[in-house]
Design a protein around this ligand. Sequence first.
Ligand code: SF4
Ligand code: SF4
Length: 292
Amino acid sequence: MKQLLILSGKGGTGKTTIASAFIKLAKAKAYADCDVDAPNLHLVAGNLPEPKIDDYFGLDKAVINIDLCTSCDLCRSHCRFSAIQKEPIYAVNSISCEGCGVCELVCPFGAITLVPTVAGELVLYKNDVIFSTAQLKMGSGNSGLLVAEVKRGLKEYANDARISIIDGSPGIGCPVHASLSGVDLVLLVAEPSLSGLSDLKRIMETSSLFNIEQAVCINKYDTNSDISREIAALCLEREIPLVGKIPFDPTAGSLVNRGLSIVDEPCPAGKSAKDIFQKTMTILLNKGGGKE
Ligand code: SF4
Ligand code: SF4
């Protein structure tokens, strides 16, 4: 299975818009949304079957057995994360708790234990296609581990698919690192703004650390022609193929708001996306065998 990951370095660049267009154009049998903090690919994925939903357990969290607690205050005074309250009874705030285990260690009465805690949901849509995604619970960490689980689900159920398309997370942090692992090509969606250019440089560097081949497309390129030219020059300098530019197109926004992709109806953005898709697939499919 050849894996294409779509990243942007920041939110709001049109990454999911491109991903949903590619899924339609490729008639993809396997795809995933790794933006586990705010997944939204399902909103533009068309008709989906009822999903299979499983709890995802993150780090263990501390729980106080109030029957054993003598209110000695040792746990609260040792907690570096201010996660323990004393009023009206000693209790742990599970959102603040980082699961470090210090409180369990210092409690003289064995009143504290670390217990597995649900940190999110793994969601798998499965019929003639496999769509793997997840939603992290508010305040939970370990998004990278959850992304790894999303990709594991994709591989487990759709490893015989020719290609898979993965909508990654914004930024350059832990979930992005987890999405990058094992992919064959990263398509970076750039936005022609000062912050967009800076974010593009950061995500290029992050992807390079994983030694993964990259390609770039510019969304809404005509909203700032000067910076679009800078992005093109950057690609040239770093020998990264610029596979196309999408114009600002109000039709694109209205299609997405109707739960459609930009290639579902004729529009300038959809036309450019088709061209970018062809060029991206040529790079992806001409690479050596898919990674494990
Ligand atoms: S250290 Fe143990 S006994 Fe002391 S307040 Fe905390 S839970 Fe209660
Ligand atoms: S496990 Fe660590 S973070 Fe959580 S309540 Fe105990 S000391 Fe605080």
